[in-house]
Write a protein of this length. Structure first.
Length: 172
């Protein structure tokens, strides 16, 4: 179990359509568009899941989340929804959430990037970090470039015989 948690920790971000932020820095980003009311704050959803191998399956309250059936998440046969939070992200203002294991998740909207082509959707540069109780850092700072409506995941923290899996999604 410890090896499995380490493997998932090593694959902290699994995102369809999301990429680590340093890739953005290598590309020439388009000139920032003037801020619009929709850029001032965006709604985001954080799902807190408990992954185990207790054979109970996937909690129906989770809803459609096909990523749970693919590696590395398919290493667990059971997922329980612990919490579903709607948070408002304002550019440059971190939002914190206490996790069931006592750690604190901090999520922040870093930037909104317009698509390079007219028909490409906006992308959201989101940063996340997790502080363990006592000030130790579990996840120092992660930045992703995500499309609206697609989850990116942070996983690997031990919790009650399993691990926590956090899904973060910017609302479309």
């Amino acid at each position: 179990m410890r090896f499995l948690a380490s493997a998932i920790t090593a694959m902290m971000v699994l995102a369809l359509g999301a990429s680590p932020s340093p890739a953005i820095a290598q590309e020439k980003a388009p000139a920032p568009a003037p801020a619009t009311p929709s850029d001032a704050a965006v709604t985001s959803e954080v799902v807190v899941l408990h992954a185990t191998n207790d054979g109970t399956g996937i909690d129906p309250k989770i809803g459609k989340m096909p990523e749970l059936g693919k590696p590395p998440f398919s290493a667990y046969n059971s997922y329980k929804l612990l919490d579903r939070l709607k948070i408002s992200l304002q550019k440059g203002k971190p939002t914190t959430t206490k996790l069931p294991n006592g750690s604190v998740l901090m999520v922040s909207l870093k930037d909104v990037v317009a698509g390079k082509k007219q028909d490409e959707p906006k992308r959201f540069v989101i940063s996340a970090s997790i502080q363990k109780p006592g000030g130790n850092t579990f996840l120092p700072l992660l930045e992703v470039n995500a499309k609206a409506g697609e989850n990116f995941f942070v996983a690997g923290q031990q919790h009650m015989g399993g691990v926590l899996v956090l899904g973060v999604k910017v609302a479309p």
